[in-house]
Ligand binder design. Sequence first.
Ligand code: PGA
Length: 253
Amino acid sequence: MEIITVDNYQKMSEIGALIIKEQLKEKSNSVLGLATGSTPIGMYKELVRMHIEESLDFSSVVTFNLDEYVGISKQHPQSYHHFMFQNLFKHINIDYSKIYIPNGNNANLQLECERYEQKIIQIGGIDIQVLGIGANGHIGFNEPGSNFHDKTRVVQLSESTLRANSRFFEDIHLVPTLAISMGLKTILDNSKKIILLANGIEKEEAVYRMIEGNVCSNNPASLLKLHPNVIVILDSHAARKWNKNKVINRVEW
Ligand code: PGA
C-alpha cells in the first residue's frame, strides 16, 4: 500500500486524475472501475479538463461502476447512472456502449449481479479501480460485516450509510435501502491497480482504521492491505489520525 498525502482536495483530485491519464497513455482501451460520491467529483472534473485541454482520449475506454441503488430509475437525480453522466460521461468522448453500471431495476437482480460479475471477468479485469471510503470503512457498498468472498450482489445499506447518503435526498426515508455492489472479492481479484481517495475530517477515523487496523470484515477497507498494488491519496484532514511513523512510505503486504 502506497500512501500519498497532499494539502487539499484539489491536489488529491489532480493526482488521482494524473494516475488515470498515465494509464490511458499506456493503454488507450483501459478498463476503469469507477466510484460515485462526493470524493471523486474533483477527479472527474480534472479528467474532463484533461479531455478538453489536453485531448485525453476516452474513446476506447471501458468502465465498470462499483454500485447502484436498487429501486430508483436511471434518470433519478440520485441514481449513480445519473451521477456518472452528469459528472463525467457526458463531458468526454466515451463510447456509451462501453459503460457498465449495475441495473438496479432489473426484475431479476440475482441474474443482473451474476452477469455483471461475469462481464468484468470476461473483459479481462479492471486496470485501475477508483475507490472512496465510507466513514464506517465501507468500500463500494460493502458494509462492515461483508464477507471477503463476496461477489457482485444485492446488499442492505447500513444505518450509517443511509444517514450519510440522506444528505442527497429530501428525507432519509427516501434513500434506497438496497443496492447492487461489486463484492470485496470482485474488487480484490479483478483490479490490477486500486486508487483510494479520501478527504475531509469525517474520514480520518476510517482512514486510520484502514491503515493501522487489523484486516477484518468489520473494517472492509482494511482488506486492501492484502492487495499488491494500492495507492491511497489523502488530503491533510483525512490523513490526520494515522501515525505516519507506523507506515513506511511504501509497504508491501
Ligand atoms: P463520499 O462517499 O465520497 O460521498 O464521502 C464515499 C463512500 O461512501 O464510499
